[in-house]
Design a protein. Structure first.
Length: 406
């Protein structure tokens, strides 16, 4: 039953391809007519624009269907938008993807017509032989069965041929272009993140430690003036200056921890994540399996991403328990943060997850969020990195533990 259903689905797709081949032929004739009429007071511009728009819709439909047949994602790379003006027409003519669409229209029309006549001939032969057979064991029975087998075999392969034609002409290999685009976006995200971090440090220094150190200077100046005339006031000012200096020192320490936490430098990623889990108001189950410490930038990026995810668990999830896992497999370091909360986390609606995504993108990393309504939520962070094998240096043994805070 499955084979019959698949064949019927393929037959439906082939029938649709033959029908759209006729549509492709009409659009191709419309484009030729439009180009002929362009010199006549520009009358052909609307015809060409309409034909290009319809061709794009038809090509998009075939890209989607061919992607289902080939089980790959076929994407286009249009650089223009059809319009009714000369500039829009010239932009479309310079767009390589529109050129590929026009070539595909011709190839698809020819392929559809050829397949139609081949199938028509096969069906006509089967019909005539079946009518000429006098019984179930007639001499003509074997040719009929052979033709039926040929049709049975031809239909799926014809559908696959149409799909391969679409991939060849409508969806060229854009892996390199997409890779360049991803690297450009990640570089821009890294620059923006660095600029934002510098602004944060500048703001914290200006509003915190700098202001307190200025207050210390003023208090010391006033104390120097009052040390002889009013010793008690001078002592009070000195005590105030000492308190402000202590607060400035504490703010500077917090600022330094925000740049690179001491626990991360001393104990590595495993120790840093263990310490971060203790600050989460939800009990966190830990499970780490890392052969060695990653490089400091990778370690820092994953630490801050994981701590941000744990902070989101405590603030927004409504969870009763959470889990934190770290793995290293095939050159990729993976950290997973999950909880049994209400779910519904979406990077498109939250600046926290977007910030994590930008932080990871700067290292060519990825963020995957699985958070259906009602939970559970799992945030998977991956970074490519190379760790030394366990026997080439100090390693971080497998750790399985849990932490809870009340």
């Amino acid at each position: 039953m499955t084979s019959i259903r698949n064949w019927l689905l393929a037959a439906g797709r082939l029938f649709a391809s033959i029908v759209t081949a006729l549509i492709a032929l009409v659009l191709l004739l419309a484009l030729v007519t439009g180009f002929v009429l362009v010199p006549v007071l520009g009358l052909g511009v609307p015809v060409v624009a309409g034909a290009l728009s319809a061709s794009r819709v038809l090509a998009d439909l075939h890209r989607q269907e061919a992607g289902r047949v080939l089980r790959v994602e076929l994407v286009a790379s249009y650089c223009s938008e059809p319009g009714w003006g000369w500039r829009d027409l010239l932009a479309c003519l310079r767009d390589p993807q529109n050129g590929r669409d026009v070539v595909w229209l011709g190839a698809h029309a020819v392929a559809g017509i050829v397949v139609f006549w081949v199938l028509y001939a096969l069906l006509a032969a089967v019909s005539s032989l079946a009518i000429g057979a006098n019984g179930p064991f007639s001499v003509l029975t074997l040719p009929v069965l052979v033709l039926v087998a040929v049709i049975w075999w031809t239909v799926p392969w014809a559908v696959r041929g149409f799909a391969l034609l679409v991939r060849l002409l409508l969806a060229p290999d854009t892996t390199l272009a997409r890779r360049v685009e991803q690297l450009t976006e990640s570089r821009a995200a890294a620059v923006d993140a660095q600029a934002a971090e510098l602004r944060r440090i500048e703001r914290d220094l200006h509003d915190g430690a700098q202001a307190r150190l200025a207050a210390v200077g003023m208090a010391l100046g006033l104390a120097a003036q009052a040390v002889r005339s009013d010793p008690d006031r001078a002592a009070s000012l000195l005590e105030e200056a000492r308190a402000d200096a202590g607060k400035a020192l504490a703010e500077l320490r917090d600022l330094v921890r925000g740049i690179h936490p001491p626990v991360l430098a001393d104990r590595g990623l495993v120790g840093g994540l263990e310490a971060a889990s203790l600050l989460c108001p939800v009990p966190v189950a830990l499970d780490f399996d890392l052969p060695a410490r990653p490089e400091a930038p990778v370690e820092s990026a994953l630490y801050f991403a994981a701590t941000e995810a744990l902070a989101n668990v405590g603030r927004h999830s409504g969870a009763t328990r959470a889990w934190l896992r770290a793995r290293y497999t095939r050159g990729r370091l993976t950290v997973l943060v999950g909880d049994d909360g209400r779910g519904g986390a979406d990077p498109r609606r939250g600046t926290g997850l977007r910030g994590i995504e930008r932080r990871l993108a700067a290292f060519d990393g990825t963020l995957h969020v699985s958070s259906p309504p009602g939970g559970p939520t799992e945030i998977t962070m991956e970074l490519p990195c190379a760790l030394p094998p366990p026997d080439s240096g100090p390693s971080s043994p497998r750790t399985t533990s849990s932490s809870a805070t009340v």
